[in-house]
Write a protein that binds this ligand. Structure first.
Ligand code: C2E
Ligand code: CA
Ligand code: CA
Length: 810
């Protein structure tokens, strides 16, 4: 998943979550703010209405004072029954209420009541037969005042607020006047016969406020008036305010009270519903916008500051990886640059470790191989040669001086090679790539060298070899190393894989030469041999897949009784007859091509089954010797294979001899010796084949705890040649016997050899003098008809005739 996708995956939910939380907080904060504002709004409205009411009340009371101060009113109070005075006053009153300042009170009315509680004058226009009456709401209060006055209680004036039928809040001012006394005179307060003047008008602000409240849904007003109206003028100056929240009914209550009235506003939460919806929508819009902006900003920053540099880095890395060599280091000091440089450093290190040998710092085998492949593809290599040096017996240096010195010898050789080749190429005006010199194997070095047109490579080798003699010096010791040198002219490499096989072939040949600086150049002849080997290898591969082999059997003769005491099983490959090759050659090829173990498996299986048949058909009870590749000593499945076969065909391990030839591939080690011991512990016998040739020698005899030793036919051939080798045969036999091993003489071709070998103590004889390897039926025939007496006679006969060769004469 890309970084950006991962970022989206994490960032979007987290950001959404945070923004939602913030949104909810903002939402509630705004709702609370709105509620507070709403409360303040209502507080303002109510307080200003209350204050306005105050002024209106004053206006109404001053209207009364104004009327009371007029001549019309004064004259009427002196005689309230005088109709003319009544009509004078009424005229005045009706004119007064029409005056704009009074009209502004919007429905002011004035009543004058005589001492008999009769309305004697009013501001209301009326017809001749209409007798004015007081409105109900005023009547009761005025009557109370009248009663008070009649009882002689002190009274001058008073005002009261009431709600009229048409939902108006009104204020009436009631004053009682005596015509003879000034109101300031204390007696004026207790005079029983007085004229009552009432001025009445609506309190518009309060009325409007109550109407306003009514029109608002979910807000209710509860308006009430105080009963004890003791003060002359209603004082609304002092307004007490209280606020309560009722969470049960979800409402806020605001209570405003003055001495005369109380207004309780209750605002239900539903009142805020529409506002809540609006705020919710608004906040939602905000959070969506904020999230989008934040996302955009973060992603843009990510893209610009992180992803873009990273993708540049990746491009650089990819390009660097393809080019292999060229990495552009970053100059910046930001994290990406540091990362890039660290990557380059690591890569260079890894690349070095992958391409070069840690010890000698030369190119490793893989790098060298790909370098050569490229050269073969890209250039004409007429004057280029691959040269290989294999240090002979390097193991000895390790054994003698220790691996530390061994390593330093390798480093010294590498250094010598590097310096020499660099100088040599430079002298010719050519460059030398780091990849062109390699530690190809443990103690094997190769290099590709260009020479001048027409020059031979031999001169390069000579120059280098003379130099090398002095330059491998470690701890004061000069190491004069023996080397096997192989040369492959690159011009021969039509097929790119040929050079490796060719070099190997040249090495093989060169290693066989017993010289301090053996040199083999891969040429056309070797190429043909290689081709032949390739062909053989292909056929072997197909034969081993299909089991297209045959077995032949060769008798082993007891040297004393001349009886058949065993047989050796030998493999044949009919498909290879065209190449005129036998197991001597093709087994080695099979070993090199890694197909030997399947061949060995086939041989073991078929040798055991042949033995079983032979036991049944010709009552064969002797031993069976089977050749296996020494490589099997490394194969952990080998013992299992043998035991299974011996069980399957019911052949006692004691009857089975496993013949092993030690080769260049298999040296005696703890493991191989352990394997030999394990075989013997199971009852199998182990025979050391081809004793005396290249690899198998006294050393091995002492290492391997074997039951049998087979002296190679090259030794047997020498019997009778008088070269003194016969003495060695006697010693080998004696040594073998000392080690508890019996001795087989191989390749016995004449009676004299068999006579000689039996006389010096050889236990068993094998060779054409007795029989060639035979097919199954022929061997059975031989076994049935075998005449030991004949061979005993023959041997004796020869000893009489050829006295001069008798060992007794030596
Ligand atoms: P080896 O084990 O030393 O086998 C003996 C070889 O010497 C046989 O050759 C045999 O035919 C030959 N020989 C025996 N007596 C005489 C003689 O008097 N004169 C001459 N000129 N030759 C004689 P062969 O069958 O060609 O086998 C060659 C080698 O191939 C064997 O040498 C053995 O190393 C290998 N080999 C043969 N069969 C097998 C096998 O089944 N498995 C494996 N791994 N190797 C085998
Ligand atoms: Ca053998
Ligand atoms: Ca042999």
């Amino acid at each position: 998943m890309t970084l950006l996708k991962r970022l989206h995956l994490w960032l979007i939910p987290i950001l959404t979550f945070l923004v939602i939380i913030a949104g909810i907080a903002i939402y509630y904060q705004r709702i609370e703010g709105y509620k507070t504002l709403e409360v303040i709004k209502w507080q303002d409205k109510v307080t200003s209405a209350f204050n306005a009411t105050n002024y209106e009340q004053h206006g109404i009371s001053s209207m009364a004072h104004e009327v009371a101060g007029t001549i019309q009113f004064l004259r009427l109070t002196q005689n309230t029954s005088d109709i003319a005075r009544r009509s004078f006053l009424e005229k005045y009153l009706s004119q007064l209420v029409e005056k704009p300042r009074i009209k502004a009170l919007d429905g002011a009315q004035i009543f004058v009541i005589d001492e008999l509680f009769t309305v004697v004058a009013t501001s209301i226009k009326r017809g001749p037969f209409y007798f004015p009456t007081l409105p109900d709401e005023i009547y009761q209060r005025t009557f109370d005042t009248y009663v008070k006055i009649s009882l002689g209680e002190p009274f001058l004036s008073d005002g009261f607020i009431y709600q009229s039928d048409n939902d108006q809040v009104r204020f009436s001012f009631v004053g009682a006047y005596d015509s003879k006394l000034f109101p300031e005179d204390p007696r004026a307060q207790v005079q029983k016969e007085r004229t009552i003047l009432i001025t009445d008008a609506p309190l518009t602000h309060l009325t409007t406020l109550l109407n306003d409240i009514k029109s608002v849904t979910y807000v209710n007003a509860d308006f009430s008036l105080a009963n004890n109206n003791n003060n002359n003028i209603v004082s609304t100056r002092e307004i007490k305010l209280s606020q309560t929240e009722d969470s049960l009914t979800n409402r806020t209550q605001l209570s405003f009270s003055s001495s005369k009235m109380t207004l309780t506003l209750s605002i239900q939460d539903n009142h805020y519903d529409s506002e809540k919806r609006r705020i919710a929508l608004e906040v939602f819009g905000y959070i969506v916008a904020i999230e989008a902006i934040l996302l955009f900003v973060i992603i843009t920053i990510m893209r610009m500051r992180i992803l873009k540099p990273i993708s540049h880095l990746i491009d650089d890395i990819k390009a660097g990886g393809q080019e292999l060599r060229y990495f552009k280091r970053s100059k910046g000091d930001d994290e990406i640059s540091v990362l890039k440089n660290a990557y380059i450093d690591t890569l260079s290190k890894v690349k070095f470790e992958a391409e070069f040998d840690y010890l000698t710092r030369l190119a490793n085998r893989r790098t060298f191989t790909s370098h050569i492949e490229k050269r073969i593809q890209c250039y004409a290599n007429d004057n280029a040669f691959i040269i290989g040096w294999d240090i002979k017996d390097f193991r000895k240096i390790n054994d003698l001086y220790g691996t530390n010195i061994g390593d330093r010898v390798l480093v010294a050789v590498a250094e010598c090679l590097r310096t020499f080749i660099h100088n040599y190429q430079a002298d010719l005006g050519m460059g030398c790539s780091d990849y062109s010199i390699s530690r190809y194997g443990g103690n094997c070095f190769v290099a590709v060298v260009d020479v001048n047109h027409g020059d031979k490579i031999d001169s390069f080798i000579r120059q280098f070899e003379s130099k090398r003699g002095n330059c491998v010096v470690v701890d004061g010791y000069t190491f004069n190393l023996d080397v096997a040198i192989a040369i492959f002219p690159l011009s021969l490499s039509e097929r790119s894989e040929l050079w490796q096989k060719g070099l190997e072939e040249a090495f093989n040949k060169s290693k066989q030469i017993r010289s301090r600086q053996a040199l083999v150049i891969f040429d056309k002849k070797l190429a043909r041999q290689l081709e032949r080997r390739d062909e053989i290898e292909k056929i072997l591969l197909s034969c081993s897949r299909n089991g297209e082999f045959e077995l032949e059997f060769m008798p082993l003769i007891d040297a004393k009784t001349m009886l058949i005491k065993g047989m050796e099983v030998l493999i044949r490959c009919p498909s290879l007859l065209q190449f005129n090759t036998g197991p001597d050659e093709f087994i080695r090829i099979a070993e090199q091509a890694n197909i030997i173990s399947s061949i060995d498996q086939w041989v073991i299986e078929n040798a055991f089954s042949s033995y079983q048949r032979m036991r049944n058909e010709c009552n064969y009870q002797e031993s069976i010797s089977i050749n296996v590749s020494a490589l099997e000593l490394y194969n952990v499945m080998f013992i299992d294979l043998l035991t299974k076969a011996s069980r399957k065909y019911q052949i006692a391990p004691q009857k089975v001899v496993i013949e092993i030839t030690e080769t260049s591939y298999v040296k005696s080690t703890q493991d191989t010796i352990g394997m030999v011991e394990a075989l013997r512990d199971l009852g199998f016998k182990v025979s050391l084949d081809d004793f005396g040739t290249g690899y198998t020698s006294i050393n091995q005899l002492l290492h391997y705890p074997v039951d049998e030793l087979k002296i190679d036919k090259s030794f047997v051939e020498l019997i009778g040649s008088g070269s003194g080798n016969e003495k060695m045969l006697t010693s080998i036999i004696a040594l073998a016997h000392t080690c508890g091993a019996s001795v087989v003489g191989e390749g016995v071709e004449d009676s004299y050899q068999s006579h000689y070998l039996s006389n010096i103590g050889c236990d068993t004889l094998q060779g054409y003098v007795f029989s060639q390897p035979l097919a199954f039926d022929d061997f059975c025939q031989l076994y049935r008809t075998y005449d030991a007496e004949h061979y005993r006679d023959q041997v004796n006969d020869v000893s009489l005739i050829n006295k001069k060769y008798s060992p007794m004469n030596d």
